[in-house]
Design a protein around this ligand. Structure first.
Ligand SMILES: O=C(O)CCC(=O)C(=O)O
Ligand SMILES: [Fe+2]
Length: 289
């Protein structure tokens, strides 16, 4: 691609553009950053971009998350790794039958002020184009979902976000506040694939016997993480100390117009909007949700 220099939108000011020149698609720096992320995603199902948000902006990022965290929908739920209703005909050792307590809480996009750093960044075309290149798709679109497109994930003291698979193929997240202790991101790269659920290994991880399959990542504030969450089982371990862990979750899709199902939206946010209408969302594969 011919390098080009785009006018830098104000929304990109918090990004370390020296290290991640989002405004210069096709430049050597842009190519190198994309290549590194792609290599990590391919090898490990996960790419971390350290110092994505400049140090000078991290205080503001944290404060903005603290301001909206009280708007999170708290509803402790018993779930399974697929976020499905367990089929009673499945054998007891099937991972879908293993109950897990979901203790995290999400602030929905419509409760995040438009002028916050994460809300301004979410729609920026140069950000989406960079992420699309890292992920290896021609384009990434904002979700058409007014709640799920952008969220703040709040994991409070004594809480955890238990083992699960995401609906989205790729998760993009940005830690805005690190906990004092605990709150480690653990994941099992590509433990399932389009054709295979691999329930035996998933069950082993749930039983605490994941061994080398389980990788641990202590994220730092301002780091951007790209992650194959639909295929890689993952969790956030219990947060300890008085500081809740906050992450901004940016959701995009290779297709325009994606909206979450009414059932899932109610689980996550405790409410639905007319956009959620009750239709079954389209999936790219035949895997359990
Ligand atoms: O907060 C995180 O780091 C992970 C969140 C996550 O896995 C999710 O929202 O699906
Ligand atoms: Fe997830």
């Amino acid at each position: 691609m011919q390098p080009s220099v785009l006018a830098v939108p104000q929304a990109l000011e918090p990004v370390d553009l020296d290290r991640y020149p989002l405004h210069e698609p096709g430049s050597d720096g842009w190519d190198a950053a994309v290549r590194t992320a792609r290599d990590h995603l391919a090898a490990d199902g996960c790419a971390v971009l350290p110092g994505f948000v400049r140090a000078a902006w991290r205080d503001r990022l944290r404060r903005e998350g603290e301001e909206i965290a009280p708007r999170a929908h708290h509803e402790s739920q018993v779930v399974n790794v697929y976020n499905t209703e367990p089929d009673p005909d499945l054998p007891a050792e099937h991972p879908a039958r293993v109950p897990l307590e979901r203790g995290n809480a999400f602030v929905a996009r419509d409760r995040i002020p438009d002028d916050q750093v994460i809300h301004r960044l979410y729609p920026v075309p140069a950000f989406r184009a960079f992420l699309a290149a890292c992920v290896g798709v021609p384009e990434l679109h904002e979700l058409a979902d007014p709640l799920a497109g952008l969220c703040l994930n709040v994991v409070g003291e004594g809480r955890s976000h238990p083992w699960h698979f995401d609906t989205n193929e790729i998760a993009i997240s940005l830690l805005t506040r690190a906990p004092e202790a605990g709150g480690v991101f653990e994941y099992c790269p590509d433990i399932r694939s389009d054709g295979a659920e691999n329930t035996a290994d998933v069950a082993a991880v749930l039983a605490g016997d994941g061994g080398d399959r389980v990788r641990r990542l202590e994220l730092r504030a301002g780091e951007l993480q790209l992650f194959r969450g639909r295929y890689s089982l993952h969790r956030v371990t219990e947060v300890r100390g008085g500081t809740a862990r906050h992450t901004a979750i940016f959701s995009y899709s290779a297709r325009p117009g994606v909206v979450g199902s009414a059932v899932r939206t109610r689980q996550l946010f405790g409410r639905t909007l007319p956009e959620h209408g009750g239709q079954r969302s389209v999936r790219v594969d035949g895997l359990m949700d």
